[in-house]
Write a protein that binds this ligand. Sequence first.
Ligand code: XMP
Length: 531
Amino acid sequence: TILILDFGSQYSHLITRRCRELSVYCEMLPCTQKIKDLSWKPKGIILSGSPYSVYDPEAPHVDPDVFTLGVPVLGICYGLQEIARTHGGQVEAHSHREYGYAKIQVEKVGSHGDRLFDGIDMDTDGMQVWMSHGDQLTSLPPGFKVIAHTPTSPYTAIAHEIEHVFGVQFHPEVSHSPKGKEVIAAFVHNVCGIKGGWSMDSFIPKEIARIREICGEKGQVIGAVSGGVDSTVAAKLMHEAIGDRFHAIMVDNGVLRKDEAKKVHEMLTENLGVNLHVVDASELFLSRLRGVEDPEKKRKIIGNTFIEVFEDEALKLEAAAEKEVEEKGGEAKGKIEWLLQGTLYPDVIESISFKGPSATIKTHHNVGGLLEDMKLKLIEPLRELFKDEVRALGRLLNIPAHLVGRHPFPGPGLAIRILGEVTREQITILQHADDIYIEEIRAAGLYDQISQAFAALLPVKAVGVAGDARTYDQVIALRAVSTEDFMTADWFAFPPAVLKKISSRITNEVKGVNRVTYDITSKPPGTVEWL
Ligand code: XMP
């Protein structure tokens, strides 16, 4: 395992990502982690970048034990500067911040220091890398040699002559450093001697064994499912581990897509064998949403009502289990002790990442305050995985491909896609239009090229004509975006014929709609959802 110490750089999680792509297992911990408190010994340590300058009074500092553990260390950007600071080098603020592409020239030193760039194919004028730093090294710490430089930065990469301690000023973890991954590979494979071999295949039996050990012989687990990839994969894994001792609960909040509750029920129960309870609470949700137009209010109402309904169902399940024992005798089922959450690695990183020396580390449950009186403990089998890894896991668990590749769907559902008041009539119109839209996207073979697509219903009426008659009906806005991480997004360029077919079907088939528009706003300045 590689230990990554996070000093708060926006790129820290990418280091994890690159190690995983090399099939090398790694764990990222905040830079405040003390080496003596670790229960395992890393085979190599990577120090991340940071928004701080090493001489800031507030700046976070590396635990000196990092350098006495006897394992290779690679410092990236701020990590390099921390190495310099702790080893007697000099770091100074540069007159201008170096931000953007640079070409580095590698220097051979005839020792182990050469291994960091060994075997990497360079362009004739060097290797392109991405820089983003204000400070830079102005004198080499004793015992170190320069292994790469640029015209403006003489100490772009350094290595200790004897110890396996390396530092690079550039960011090998970002995609703007095209050969950066090879530098990380050289560090983990050649310097640390880790071969790799971590794979999703090995993840399943290991995780199942871990779940069984945690839950013991009788422990019961509950978890909410939505039909989305994460909760479906988590539920299937739980089912593989403890069978019917896992109880999946799906809350129908009335603002799901067309036939969604029915489809999820079929899929989870019939295809995947998961023990599922569907609670139809649509009446309760819709009554509370009546008259509400403000999007944040809608979110709050749906979030709070969800917790209430889920909690109620969990208590009912527990009471039913107790009653069964009373009536039929036999062995008592275990208590519900655990709450399954489909938390992914980016959520974990978001909560553990280093926010500053005085910041405490956030806890990261998505469903705040859930089931406090039941004192449930969290179980998070996906907490080490990225989204695409969850998809790969889903495929290995035989979850149907169309489910594994599903676009995300927000918790507040259609309530944030109906602008204005949410009523049964508006929901029916939107469900129908959205269903046609997605059906046509799939028929055109475009679904997997789009990150997220949906229809929104606008609270305005427009004039149209049908046959010889005037119509005065509502407007549907179609949205489709491509994005890497949903922080920024581009609108998707449909072939015109596809839009034509979708528009014609929606205006012909959906009662109450006479006009279809396509949203050509990027994020920013738009957001993905309309509300
Ligand atoms: P925005 O609209 O913020 O959306 O650009 C980015 C991604 O987040 C989803 N989204 C939500 N998901 N609860 C959720 O579970 C919400 O309240 C919510 N709001 C937006 C959105 O669908 C997109 O994938």
